[in-house]
Design a protein around this ligand. Structure first.
Ligand code: DX5
Ligand code: ZN
Length: 225
């Protein structure tokens, strides 16, 4: 994975057909997705359950771009190797998921995957300050994690500005997750974000049988920024 700060659109398969992930991923990549965002939820750290490492391993051969795995689970550490073995390129853990995020980020990097750090809307940018040299990506949650299709929380935009300043010349992506659409994407890109996760705004109106809307939706986000 070569680092660059160009804007990347990362559709979240949380909004795809769960019975058809392989074909959904191939369709959305053919329609212009840059990364594939994979939301893992445990029903404990967040009030929803999705899937685990076995599903990640099963979908991996269908991903030609970047497999971006967002772990909304606690604890994280016992499962890192399993997600790395499943082929994740980026593994993101939440700063709120436990007392030892520093160790968690080291453990992610030790697998060879890129390490991501996610911050909930209630967590300030300063929480990332001691960790900037241990991360390859900071995921700014712009909704409370657990569900797709929620409303973008505007007060999180200022956090993006603060993180961009803190990151300086480091090769660290800023990812935005939650409520990204053509009305909110320009705000976060102007503040310094380069990876835009979008679930409902990409998958709406389309399907594996009718994938053209995926492309229209991706282009609408790109055009807005
Ligand atoms: C929320 C997930 C997001 C979600 C985004 O907990 O982490 O990735 O799928 O969905 P939208 O784009 O619909 O807000
Ligand atoms: Zn996510």
């Amino acid at each position: 994975m070569k680092f660059d700060r160009s804007v990347k659109i990362a559709p979240s398969i949380l909004s795809a057909d769960f019975a058809n992930f392989g074909a959904e991923i191939e369709a959305v990549e053919a329609q212009g997705a840059d990364w594939i965002h994979v939301d893992v939820m445990d029903g404990h750290f967040v009030p929803n359950i999705t899937f685990g490492p076995a599903t990640c391993a099963a979908i991996r051969p269908h991903i030609k771009t970047v497999m971006d795995v967002h772990l909304m689970i606690a604890p994280v550490d016992p499962y890192i190797q399993a997600f790395a073995d499943a082929g994740a390129d980026v593994i993101t853990a939440h700063v709120e998921a436990g007392p030892h995020i520093h160790r968690t980020l080291q453990a992610i990097r030790a697998t060879g995957a890129k390490a991501g750090l996610a911050l909930n809307p209630g967590t300030p940018a300063e929480a990332a300050a001691p960790l900037l040299d241990l991360v390859d990506l900071i995921c700014v949650m712009t909704v409370n994690p657990g569900f797709g299709g929620q409303k973008f929380i505007h007060s999180c935009v200022q956090k993006v500005t603060e993180l961009r300043e803190m990151i300086g010349d480091r090769e660290v992506h800023i990812e935005i997750d939650g409520g990204v659409d053509p009305s909110t994407a320009p705000l976060v890109v102007a503040a310094g974000a380069d990876v835009l996760v979008a679930g409902s705004a990409v998958f709406k109106g389309g399907s594996v049988q009718n994938p053209a809307p995926y492309g229209e939706n991706i282009r609408a986000i790109r055009k807005s920024i």
